[in-house]
Design a protein around this ligand. Structure first.
Ligand code: HEC
Length: 124
């Protein structure tokens, strides 16, 4: 009798655990939340303002923490192309989560950054 109960019980437990794992990658699967306007993502109009409000105080040409500069296209495109920008803002394993003080960027901002990186991080 015990064996008959254990099978379905494990299945039920697994059903609760598995969706939890998928959530780790929610920005890859569902980059844009409702009400998030991601129609026209450009460096100048979209990405630079996000960097200005959340990153530049620690990553400017003057104060370049970790040798990373986010207040210029040249600086930001380096980490956009080598994977460190996404690794940091999405707190991927092996990367220092960014911003390293305060809270993670909104899923809307993360989606826009992802879209810009996927487009080849153009200077537009
Ligand atoms: C409060 C200061 C601070 C803020 C705000 C901040 N950073 Fe950082 N960042 C650091 C420091 C310090 C390091 C070096 C960390 C280390 O090497 O341990 C760093 C490192 C990095 C790195 C290199 C990570 C690596 O694994 O090599 C990237 C990329 C980065 N930051 C991007 C960003 C972005 C993008 C933002 C805005 C979303 C941001 N940072 C906001 C302080 C900050």
């Amino acid at each position: 009798m015990k064996k008959l109960v254990a099978g379905p019980l494990l299945l039920i437990i697994a059903l609760f655990i598995i969706p939890g794992c998928y959530n780790d990658n929610e920005y890859d699967l569902y980059p844009f939340s409702a009400g998030c306007d991601s129609s026209s993502v450009t460096y100048a109009q979209t990405i630079a303002p996000i960097m200005e409000s959340s990153c530049n105080k620690c990553h400017s040409t003057i104060v370049a923490s970790g040798n990373v500069v986010t207040d210029s296209y040249d600086g930001l495109s380096i980490v956009a192309k080598n994977g460190k920008l996404w690794g940091g803002v999405n707190a991927e394993p092996g990367f220092v989560p960014m911003p390293n003080e305060g809270s993670k960027l909104s899923s809307c901002d993360l989606g826009k950054i992802k879209k810009w990186i996927n487009a080849g991080s153009p200077n537009n």
